[in-house]
Write a protein that binds this ligand. Structure first.
Ligand SMILES: C[S@@+](CC[C@H](N)C(=O)[O-])C[C@H]1O[C@@H](n2cnc3c(N)ncnc32)[C@H](O)[C@@H]1O
Length: 401
C-alpha cells in the first residue's frame, strides 16, 4: 500500500505540479509514523533519482509508450532496486500488485518482466553528472561557474540527504523537553513531529536565521513585503511581542490572494489575526521612506530546498532563474524606496544561484547579518545543506541611506 501511494504521489507531483512535501504530509496524515516515513522515503528518493530511473526504464522497456500511472509504479520500484536494500522480491511483487490494481492483469507481465531485468542486470550505464544530480544542464553549469565543480558537488550531494524537522521556540520560557537544540541557531530545535502551536513554529533553521536578521527596535514600523504563508512574519511578531508585548507595528503584504488566505488560516490557528495588504511588491503601494525595516523574502527558484522538494530541480531551468532574478530586482528596488534613510532592508531567498543572490545585492551597501553561521558570499551570507546542515538561504542586510 505504501508503494502504490508513493507511485500515485510521484505521478501527481510530476503531472499536476503538486509539491511533494505538502502532498506526502496530506496523504499520510492518518498513517502511523513508520508508514508515513516509508512513503516519504520512497517519494523523495524516486524524485531525487528520477532522471536516471527514467533512462533505465526506457532502456529495458520495449513499449513505445508506458501508461503514466504504470510508469510511476515502475519508477518507485526501480528506485528501490537500484538505490536501496529493500528485498528485490518484495519490491517486484509489490509493483506487480500495484500495476494490477491500476491497469488490470495484462500489464502485470510487462511490469514483472521489466523489473526482473533491472534486478538481474542493474543499470548498464554509469550515467553522467547532469543525470546523477538531475539538474538541468544550464543550471548546473551556472552553479559551476559561480562555485566551481567541487562545491557544486558538495551542495548537490548534501541536497540528496533527508532534512530533519526543525521548529522555533516562540518564547524563551517554552519548555523544550526532548527537542534537540540546533547549534549556532538560537531558538531552533530538532523536533519529532512538526506542528505549529502556541509554543512552537515549524521552520527550517535557515528560515529562523532570516527572521532573526531583521533589526527590530521595538518602536519602528516593519514591513514583511512577501509574507505568505507567514512563517517569518510570525517570527517577527513573536520578537516584537517579546520586546514590547505589541506586534501591531508589523505590516504584512503579498501579491497572491490564495496564499494570503492560506497564511491567514495558518496564523489564525496559533491565535494571530493580522490584516494583510494584497499588493504586487514590484510597485508597492507605500510612500517613500515609510518603514524602519523591510523584510523582502523574495519569490525564487527554491533550489535551496531540494532536501524537502526534490522535484524543484526537475522543473527549473536557467530561463526561470533569469525570470525570477528580474522580479527580485524590481522588488528589491521598491523595498529600498519604502525604507527610511538609516533603516534596513533584509533581502533573503531560499535558493543558491548567483543571479538571485549575490548579483541582486552587488553594488548595494549589503552585508552579512550579524551573528549568523554560514559563509560570507558577496554582500551577504550563504547558509546551505553542505555548509550549515540547513536549507540553502542567502541573506543580505542592506543599509538604506
Ligand atoms: C519565499 S515566499 C515568502 C515566504 C514567507 N516569507 C514565509 O516565511 O512564510 C515568497 C512570496 O512572494 C510572493 N510573491 C510573489 N511575487 C510577488 C510580487 N510580485 N509581489 C509580492 N509578493 C510576491 C509569493 O506569493 C510568496 O508568498
Amino acid at each position: 500500500m505504501n508503494r502504490l501511494l508513493a507511485a500515485q504521489v510521484v505521478g501527481r507531483v510530476m503531472r499536476s505540479g503538486a509539491y511533494s512535501n505538502v502532498l506526502v504530509q496530506a496523504e499520510t496524515r492518518d498513517f502511523d509514523p513508520r508508514d508515513a516515513g516509508h512513503v516519504r522515503f520512497l517519494v523523495f528518493g524516486t524524485l531525487r533519482h528520477l532522471v536516471r530511473i527514467d533512462r533505465v526504464i526506457a532502456g529495458y522497456s520495449k513499449r513505445p509508450r508506458i501508461d503514466p500511472n504504470i510508469l510511476d509504479v515502475l519508477r518507485v520500484a526501480v528506485f528501490e532496486l537500484l538505490e536501496t536494500d529493500s528485498p528485490p522480491h518484495a519490491v517486484v511483487n509489490g509493483a506487480v500488485e500495484s500495476a494490477g490494481t491500476l491497469g488490470g492483469p495484462k500489464v502485470k507481465g510487462f511490469v514483472n518482466g521489466l523489473l526482473r531485468s533491472v534486478e538481474r542486470f542493474g543499470d548498464p550505464s554509469p550515467g553522467d553528472r547532469v543525470e546523477r544530480f538531475g539538474l538541468h544542464r544550464d543550471v548546473l553549469d551556472a552553479l559551476d561557474d559561480c562555485w566551481g565543480g567541487d562545491v557544486t558537488d558538495a551542495f548537490m550531494g548534501a541536497s540528496f540527504e533527508p532534512a530533519v524537522t526543525v521548529a522555533r521556540r516562540r518564547r524563551a520560557t517554552v519548555e523544550v523537553g526532548e527537542a534537540v537544540p540546533i547549534a549556532d541557531f538560537p531558538d531552533a530545535f530538532e523536533v519529532g513531529l512538526g506542528v505549529d502551536s502556541d509554543d512552537w513554529a515549524v521552520q527550517d533553521a535557515a528560515s529562523i536565521a532570516v527572521g532573526a536578521s531583521v533589526p527590530l527596535s521595538g518602536h519602528g514600523l516593519v514591513l514583511d513585503m512577501a509574507a505568505a504563508p507567514g512563517g517569518k512574519a510570525l517570527h517577527l511578531y513573536d520578537r516584537l511581542n517579546a520586546q514590547s508585548g505589541d506586534g501591531s507595528r508589523l505590516i504584512l503584504a503579498d501579491a497572491h490572494p490564495k496564499r494570503i488566505v492560506r497564511a491567514q488560516k495558518r496564523l489564525g490557528k496559533v491565535g494571530w489575526h493580522p490584516s494583510w495588504v494584497q499588493a504586487d511588491a514590484r510597485s508597492a503601494p507605500f510612500a517613500d521612506d515609510t518603514f524602519d525595516a523591510v523584510l523582502l523574502d523574495a519569490p525564487c527558484t527554491g533550489l535551496g530546498t531540494l532536501r524537502r522538494r526534490p522535484e524543484i530541480k526537475l522543473r527549473i531551468n536557467q530561463s526561470d532563474v533569469q525570470r525570477m532574478a528580474g522580479i527580485q530586482a524590481k522588488m528589491l528596488s521598491e523595498a529600498i524606496r519604502v525604507t527610511r534613510p538609516g533603516g534596513t532592508v533584509v533581502y533573503s531567498v531560499c535558493t543558491v544561484t548567483g543571479a538571485e543572490t549575490i548579483d541582486q545585492v552587488a553594488g548595494l551597501p549589503g552585508r552579512p547579518p550579524d551573528g549568523l553561521p554560514g559563509e560570507v558570499w558577496g554582500n551577504g551570507i550563504l547558509l546551505a545543506p553542505h555548509l550549515t546542515g540547513t536549507d540553502g538561504m542567502f541573506i543580505s542586510s542592506v543599509d538604506v541611506s
